[in-house]
Ligand binder design. Structure first.
Ligand code: BGC
Length: 377
């Protein structure tokens, strides 16, 4: 055969195989996770980075169903609670891993008003509205689109929430992009628009357990929250509308402290929450991304930092886990075996004029960036 033809063939072959390798490396794994009762198929999309971290997300509830991070010896383990099957997420009442909305956290009696119009939301937590109501964003099918770049993998999820859904005014289109980069950062970018004045306050609801063993509690995790103040609550965990100093209280996490150290203290706020279930008013809030939280587990060496541009951080210490929920690997999730760190506006802000507003008008764009960054020590 003519040598030049052979060389041309070889280089063409090389090109094809190179391109194929590249594409394989860049591809986001997509696997059928289950089928909803209405026939819609739910997939899990696994984002991977070059240093071995993996995050799997499903397009039901936009939920993170697993997240593996290395311990100090390089051992990767799943550090979020969840279920092995779609059925678990359909029946879930704990919001494992999901995006919650339209309004994350509680709205007193599910009532609020905008420009003189009163709205009544669905009631799903005693007499109050919690995490978007009976069928919040954690219970809906999201449109999913995988996106890759040279240094990261992303999943873009979109949900159109209709005018009147769960009682909220206005059709809201919310886009959530999860991105995993090579610095072991899971970044969540939210953008939202509406066609009528409304409220929008979505958040992410993973339950973390950095030990890598979901039979363990999170009580030995050390926590730092950069906040001098929190928003105290009354019965039903509705905020009073004021701020209180963390100083000289068990809610002072300005210096890292084991979560279990003061959780059972005789302190009214802890009794109301059955543990930690409060919103911290982050210091130096100015709408820009800043470090809000550090969480460390000395047994594994895993560390997680949370950066956000939001004013508040709800720290929930898994007080309603009671050993009855069967999670991954058939583990019954016991009290305080997972904790949530939810970046958001202040709870019940639509009824508390002194709290930062979460109102969204037509023509405006809601934006949030929150990053969960993993490392070891
Ligand atoms: C809330 C808890 C609630 C839990 C539901 C958390 O974000 O702060 O009060 O029970 O979500 O799983």
């Amino acid at each position: 055969m003519d040598k030049s033809i052979t060389a041309a063939c070889l280089s063409a072959l090389l090109l094809i195989s190179c391109r194929t390798n590249n594409e394989v490396q860049k591809m986001i794994d997509k696997n059928l996770f289950g089928t909803l009762p209405d026939g819609q198929q739910v997939y899990s999309y696994t984002l991977k980075n070059k240093v071995g971290m993996e995050v799997s997300i499903i397009n039901y509830g936009a939920a993170v169903v697993s997240l593996t991070a290395p311990d100090r010896n390089g051992k990767f383990e799943d550090i979020v609670l969840g279920y092995d099957s779609l059925e678990g997420y359909i029946n879930d009442k704990s919001y494992f891993g999901s995006i919650v909305g339209r309004y994350g956290n509680r709205i007193g009696k599910g009532k609020f008003s905008i420009d003189g119009s009163n709205y009544q939301l669905t009631i799903n937590d005693g007499e109050n509205h919690l995490h978007g109501g009976i069928n919040g964003y954690n219970k809906v099918f999201w449109n999913a689109e995988p996106v890759t770049t040279d240094s990261s993998q992303s999943l873009k999820l979109t949900y159109v929430s209709q005018d009147g859904e769960q009682g909220y005014p206005g059709t809201v289109t919310l886009q959530v992009i999860y991105t995993l980069n090579d610095n072991n950062e899971l970044q969540i970018n939210y953008t939202g628009v509406t066609d009528k004045p409304t409220i929008l306050n979505p958040t992410h609801h993973s339950y973390f357990n950095l030990t890598g063993n979901q039979e363990n509690t999170i009580l030995d995790h050390e926590l730092t929250i950069n906040a001098e103040n929190f928003t105290p609550v009354v019965k039903g965990l509705i905020t009073t509308g004021g701020l209180a100093k963390v100083e000289n209280t068990p809610l002072d996490f300005r210096k890292h402290e084991k979560i279990g150290l003061r959780i059972n203290n005789d302190f009214e706020q802890l009794k109301l929450g059955n543990g930690y279930d409060h919103n911290w008013a982050l210091d130096n809030y100015n709408g820009k991304l800043q470090k809000a939280v550090e969480l460390y587990d000395s047994s594994s060496g895993r560390k997680m930092e949370v950066f956000t541009d939001q004013p508040g951080m709800q720290f929930y210490s898994g007080n309603f886990l009671d050993g009855t929920i069967k999670g991954k690997k058939n583990i019954l999730y016991k009290l305080r075996t997972g904790l949530c760190l939810e970046a958001q506006g202040f709870p019940d802000s639509p009824n508390k004029p002194s709290f930062p507003s979460v109102r969204l008008n037509p023509g405006e764009k809601y934006k949030q960036t929150t990053i969960y960054k993993f490392s070891t020590r």
